[in-house]
Design a protein. Structure first.
Lengths: 325, 345
């Protein structure tokens, strides 16, 4: 328990750091962000948007930086992330809450699939080291180095445009009620298949390589040798080794998650999937600063929550973390 | 993600060769494993391309020619874009900024990770707690969205400056290396030769510089390679999103234009395939190098990667399933006399 509480404390600290960085970036950048915006858009900025940005950034009046900082926290606790420029007058929170479920489901499902399948492949490759299965390693390396969005483009062209097997954009068919009904779920699965496959294939290599290398090391342990010497069936021996080798893979989950999320955002853009990544592209193109900053915060919180979950899983898997408390 | 990540995990740290003199020799010696050789070969090719690319490009990539969206031909070896620009020239000119930013960000981030990681590991105590916390915070915060926010607020004239870009990319890229280096320094701090240097009364900076750093070479190299890979991927992603000025030629920028002008929909494969393949090849070469260095650090991975034939050549009787993965002595590879302590540290 103490272990988990300590982790929780760390995530709270990280969240504070992210929020603080988010607040200070516009204030500490060289030049006036509002003037920068006007200069970039060459007079296309409406006076309302300029005024909204000034209010947003606390650039009206002569408040001190500190009082602005506390104001910012106050707004944040009310769920107020400001007003979006590009969806004016919608608030950032409403734009994000419409997009977030799509991303959560897409990234969540594909990360779990990728983790489980990748770990199993890693176990098999380590077990049969020296056989043709080692050929998986260079292939995995290549897929790991291909940028997510480029792979997504290829998948989109071959399976979407050329063969026409899958829809090439959107999250579901138009005109369906979004909710837990069969027609919508089926359509969402159909639309989500290509982005999911892309994320799984691009991220699976890390799990395969990590698990394989850890297994190679673990299989040299004495207890594995003893297990085999006792004449236990191979399946159980592998089970013993894998159970111990999987721990670093679980703990590296948190490290890789932010990579996967970044990749998934770009994948969404290629597939015009209606999640956070697609909003991110729109926000970049429209220079919608409040939306950009809101997206940063929401993604950070989601990653922190997922990390906390991974820590809980780790504590369940590894009795040592429980004994400490 | 890479295999060296394992090194970051508790309990999986390979013990470093405890002989400083052999460590110094290893710095010069390039291990001759096929992974490292192939990786280095491709990498050198792209670095050369980055240096000479802009000079050998047949056309000025910014100039729109009369041929619009033509497939590859003798005049345009890789075809042309929607607005008649030569794809090959874009590719050659774009190589420079992509490689340059990748390496510069890699150097800055590695320097940062050495400073933070080694200091945290060596000094311990409060400094360690604070620096580790800083490292972990940077590890968990998702890099790409943070970079996008940062880049979006940059004044217009600086957002396409390669040095500024490399700087902000390295802000999000150092933490991983810092964590690995801290763990490794921690395990070295109490070794006999470090202790004896301390007893003799060597200055702290000299102990770090002369006793500890040389033994971290392999890990620093691996983390540098990984960081360059990360930096290139991130730069490409930023350019693809259009956060970086797309007129500033790079491979990511080419993909930005290809995507925004529907190259995929009109099946202009010659437009978006070359930059993507170049990025993938460059990335693969860095990843191969990284694995090569990993096998160098952890010799059991090396033996596990041998084929049957190579195993026979190395004098191993049979592929063992359990017990020992032998440490293979190969020409050019100094066997690291390491036992991996798989137990809890």
């Amino acid at each position: 328990m103490i272990h988990l509480l300590r982790r929780l404390g760390f995530y709270v600290l990280t969240a504070w750091a992210a929020i603080t960085v988010n607040f200070f970036i516009p204030h500490l950048m060289p030049g006036d962000p509002v003037q920068n915006l006007i200069a970039r858009q060459q007079g296309k900025t409406s006076p309302q948007a300029v005024e909204a940005l000034r209010v947003q950034l606390g650039l009206v009046g002569n408040q001190s930086l500190w009082s602005e900082y506390f104001d910012y926290w106050g707004k944040l606790f009310h769920g107020n992330l400001g007003t979006s420029f590009s969806f004016f007058p919608a608030t950032v929170s409403s734009v994000l809450s419409a997009a977030l479920p799509w991303t959560l489901v897409l990234v969540g499902v594909s990360t779990i699939v990728s983790f489980i399948v990748g770990t199993i492949i890693g176990i098999v490759v380590a077990w049969r080291r020296g056989s043709w299965l080692d050929g998986i390693m260079p292939v995995a390396t290549f897929f790991q180095a291909v940028p997510y969005f480029f792979f997504a483009l290829l998948v989109l062209i071959v399976l979407g445009s050329d063969l026409g097997w899958f829809p090439i954009s959107g999250g579901s068919d138009q005109g369906l009620d979004i909710g837990l009904n069969g027609a919508f779920i089926g359509s969402a699965l159909y639309h989500g298949f290509l982005p999911m496959i892309t994320i799984v294939i691009s991220s699976i290599a890390g799990w395969i390589l990590g698990m394989r290398n850890m297994m190679v090391t673990t299989m040299d342990e004495d207890y594995v040798l003893v297990a085999q010497a006792k004449g236990l069936p191979n399946r159980r021996v592998i089970g013993y080794a894998a159970r111990n080798a999987i721990l670093p893979n679980v703990s590296s989950f948190s490290l890789s998650l932010s990579f996967v999320v970044s990749g998934a955002l770009l994948t969404e853009i290629v597939f015009s999937y209606p999640g956070i990544g697609f909003q991110l592209l729109g926000a970049v193109q429209a220079e919608d600063f409040p939306l950009l900053q809101g997206i940063f915060l929401v993604i950070t919180f989601a990653v922190l929550a997922a990390n906390l979950l991974a820590d809980v899983v780790y504590a369940v898997l590894d009795p040592r973390t429980r004994q400490e408390g | 993600m890479s295999t060296t990540e394992i090194a970051a995990a508790p309990g999986a740290l390979p013990s470093p060769a405890p002989i400083p003199s052999s460590a110094r020799r290893r710095v010069v010696q390039i291990p001759r494993s096929p992974k490292i050789l192939i990786g280095l070969g491709i990498l050198v090719f792209f670095v050369l391309l980055a240096v000479i690319g802009p000079w050998v490009a047949p056309y000025d990539p910014t100039i729109a020619g009369p041929d619009l969206l033509q497939g590859p031909s003798a005049a345009h070896l890789l075809g042309t874009t929607q607005s008649g620009q030569d794809v090959l020239s874009e590719l050659l000119v774009g190589a420079r900024s992509t490689v340059f930013i990748g390496f510069l960000a890699g150097i800055i981030a590695t320097a940062l990770s050495i400073i933070v990681g080694v200091c945290a590991g060596y000094f311990g105590g409060l400094a360690d707690d604070l620096l580790s916390m800083l490292t972990n915070v940077f590890l968990v915060i998702p890099g790409l969205p943070l970079l996008i926010v940062l880049a979006a607020y940059l004044p217009n004239n600086t957002s396409s400056n390669p040095v500024v870009l490399a700087l902000i990319i390295s802000i999000t890229g150092w933490a991983w290396g810092g964590r690995v280096l801290r763990a490794q320094t921690l395990s070295m701090r109490r070794r006999d030769y470090v202790e004896s240097a301390r007893v003799i009364g060597e200055k702290r900076m000299r102990i770090i510089g002369a006793e500890i750093l040389p033994n971290l070479t392999a890990i620093v190299a691996s983390s540098f390679v990984f960081t360059v890979l990360y930096a290139i991927g991130t730069y490409v992603a930023l350019a693809f999103l259009g956060v970086v000025q797309p007129l500033h030629w790079s491979w990511g920028g080419m993909l930005f234009w290809a995507e925004s002008q529907n190259a995929a929909q009109v099946n202009a494969w010659w437009w978006f395939l070359p930059p993507g393949i170049c990025i993938a090849l460059l990335g693969t070469s860095l990843a191969l190098l990284n694995f090569g260095i990993d096998e160098f650090i952890n010799p059991r991975l090396r033996a596990a990667g041998l084929s049957r034939k190579a195993a026979r050549a190395a004098g191993l009787p049979r592929r063992p399933k359990f017990g020992m993965t032998p440490v293979v002595r190969r020409r050019g590879l100094r066997p690291v006399a390491a036992t991996i302590d798989g137990g809890a540290r």
